[in-house]
Write a protein that binds this ligand. Sequence first.
Ligand code: SUG
Length: 451
Amino acid sequence: MHSDPKITTYEVNFDGIVGPTHNYAGLSVGNVASLKNAALASNPKQGALQGLAKMKALADLGLKQAVLPPLERPDLHVLRQLGFAGTDENVIRKASREAPAIFSATCSASSMWTANACTISPSSDTANGKVHFTAANLANKFHRSIEAPTTSRVLASIFTDDQHFSHHEALPLGDHFGDEGAANHTRFCQQYGDKGVEFFVFGKYAFDNSKPFPKKYPARQTFEASQAIARLHQLDNQRTVYAQQNPAVIDAGVFHNDVIAVGNQNCLFYHQQAFLDTAKVLADLQQAFGDQPMHFIQVPESQVSIDDAVHTYLFNSQLVTLADNKMAIIAPAECQENQRVKDYLDSVIAADNPINQVKIYDVKQSMQNGGGPACLRQRVVLSEVEIAASNSAVYMNETLFETLNQWVNKHYRDSLTEQDLADPQLLVESRQALDELTQILNLGSVYPFQL
Ligand code: SUG
C-alpha cells in the first residue's frame, strides 16, 4: 500500500521464459531484426537457456527476479476460431498447408518479450493504493494480438490477492487503441516506494490526423491508449507525463520507445532523436518530478547514430540500481561488437552521472527477433507485503534456476525451421512442457488446453 518508510519496496524484474516454439518468421514489419532474420533456423533451447542465465545473473547481483511462463503455441484455439476444424493434428495440417502465413503467426513465441505483456502501476502511484495491471492488446501485429487472454490469466494467477492487486482487461482491439504495454511506459521516482512519475510515450494520435505520424512503419502505441491506461490505473494527472516519439525514428526501425530510451529512478538515458519535442519532454518530466533534479543523459547522434542504436540495442539495456545505490547498464553482447557504442558506454561510466557499471549478456536468440534485455522483462514495483501476497513459486533462486534449466533441457528442441512448426508432435511436446511448468510455478490451469 502507500509508502511507509518501514516497508521496503523493490523493483522486481519478471522475465519471460523463451517458449518451445521460438522461431524466426519475419512477422514484425517495422522491426528490422525480425524482417532480416526471417527464415533463419532458431534454437529454442539455447534461447531459453540464455534467458535463464541473464535472470540468474541479475538475481546474483542482488536484484529481485521472477519469471513469466510462455504461452501455448501453436494457438489451436485461434486456428479453430478461424474455421480450421477436426482433430488437433488436422487443424495443424490444414492451417499450415492452406494458410501458412496465418499458421506461422499462431506459432510465434513472442510472449517472451514481457515488456509488452502489460502496463503496471505500483500501489504508491494509484488512487486506491493497489497495484494495477492492464494486459497489452498488441493490436498492431496479429501474432501478438492473440497474447492478451492467456497473459491476463497468468497475471491473475501470480497476483491473486484482490486486496493488493487490481487487474484490467486489455483495451479494445483495433488500431485506435493500439497498446504495447511497458515498452512505451517508464516510471521515475526517488526510492521505489515513493509516489512516482509515470511517463507514457506514444507513436501517434489516433483521433487527430493533423498531428505528425510515421509514414513508412506503423506507430504501435496511440496517445489515446496511453491515456486510457492512466485513467484505468487511477494515476495522478500532475504526475503523469505523455510524450510523442519522433516519427522519423519509428520510420528508421524504432518500433517501441524502449529501443531508443530507458529510465530508472531519477535517471533518463535517451537518444537525442528519441522524442518529437525533447525540450518540452524534459521540462514536463522535471516539473512532475518536483524539486530534486533528474539526471537526463542524452546520447548525441554524432556519437551513436539511430542505425547503431537499432542494430546494437544500446537503449534496450536494463538500467538497474544495485546495492551501493549506483546504477548498472545491463546491455546485450551486440553493444560490445560495435566500436562506437562500446566507446560510448566507456565514456558514460567515466562521466558524472549515476551509472557506474556496464554488464554484458548474450541474448542473441531473442535479439535476432528484435528483443533485447529490456524487452525480455516486465518491471513490477512491489512492497515486501505485496511480494508476500503474490505467488512465491515464480521468484528466482538457486532451486528454481536448476529446475528450469533441467526442464528446458528435457523438453526443448535445439533447432526449429518453418517446416518443423507444422509437425503436430511439436504441439504435443510443448503442451507437455507447459503442463509441467504450471506445476513448477504453481499457476493452476492457465492455458486453453488445461481449461
Ligand atoms: O513485437 N518481435 C517482437 C519484439 C518485441 C520487442 N519488445 C520490446 N521492444 N519491448 C515485436 O516486434 C518477431 C517475431 C518473428 O518475426 O518471428 C517479434 O514479434
